[in-house]
Design a protein around this ligand. Structure first.
Ligand SMILES: Nc1nc2c(ncn2[C@@H]2O[C@H](COP(=O)(O)OP(=O)(O)OP(=O)(O)O)[C@@H](O)[C@H]2O)c(=O)[nH]1
Ligand SMILES: [Zn+2]
Length: 221
């Protein structure tokens, strides 16, 4: 069956339920059994192939280290969020502060990469939550955004991943996440629009209330 037809039938059957439940980055199970060093060695080889195919002379002093440099950067830096070992530990503790209103961590700068073109996504995330008894170390929110950013991503999935993980850690549905970002695949190639940006949001619990959502949006302006 034609792929579009298949997707349409699935959508008619399940509404957007299947979209919401499928927020994990699609991964091969064997990926978790390969060490970082093995991944770097393999990627280095393939990347050298890409450079050679482009006609670059890998004997050149400036180019010869590039395959290793790129491989190390992929595994240890810009795609390090594919390795669950790098998931930040989210220190959550009891809310002893008697603080019951919304907490906002805003303007969290992050870098990611678009999974369609492997070009940078650069943006800011804004996160709010209302404690149901648990609070989280502030920097852990920034670390979580960074972790999910360090993967090939689509912005919609990243937004949901941050929101769901915080909801689980804080044991409350009352979390809101707004992500605004520039996609270099839009600004620097293809349509080459340097002024547009992409905004996504996800929320639950008390943020289903329009007035509360609006006061969050006002705070992040
Ligand atoms: N929904 C969504 N789309 C994205 C994201 N990042 C990039 N894209 C889009 O993914 C699409 C891939 O489209 P294709 O037609 O397969 O690729 P392409 O020929 O390079 O498309 P152009 O970018 O229009 O030149 C493009 O429209 C991108 O703008 C994202 O985070 N979310
Ligand atoms: Zn892209």
């Amino acid at each position: 069956m034609d792929k579009n037809k298949e997707a349409q039938l699935l959508f008619e059957e399940q509404g957007d339920q299947h979209l919401m439940s499928n927020i994990e980055t699609p991964m091969l199970p064997q990926a978790f059994n390969i060490s970082d060093e093995e991944k770097i060695a393999t990627i280095q080889e393939y990347f050298a192939g890409i450079m050679e195919t482009l006609g670059l002379d890998l004997k050149d002093d400036s180019l010869k280290g590039t395959p290793y440099r790129v491989a190390k950067m992929y595994v240890k830096e810009i795609f390090s969020g594919l390795n669950p070992d790098n998931m930040p530990s989210l220190s959550v503790f009891d809310n002893r502060y008697q603080y019951g209103k919304m907490l906002v961590e805003k303007n969290i700068t992050f870098h990611s990469a678009c999974e369609h073109h492997f070009l940078p996504i650069v943006g800011k995330a804004h996160v709010g939550y209302i404690s149901s008894g648990k609070v989280i170390g502030l920097s852990k929110i920034n670390r979580l955004v960074e972790y999910f950013g360090q993967r090939p991503q689509v912005q919609e999935r990243m937004t949901l991943q941050v929101c769901r993980t915080l909801q689980e850690a804080l044991q409350t549905e009352s979390v809101i996440v707004v992500v605004e970002a520039e996609h270099l695949c839009i600004s620097s190639r293809g349509i080459k629009d340097p002024t547009s940006s992409t905004v996504t949001l996800e929320y639950g619990g008390e943020f289903n209330d329009k007035a509360l959502r609006e006061s969050f949006l006002q705070l992040i302006q």
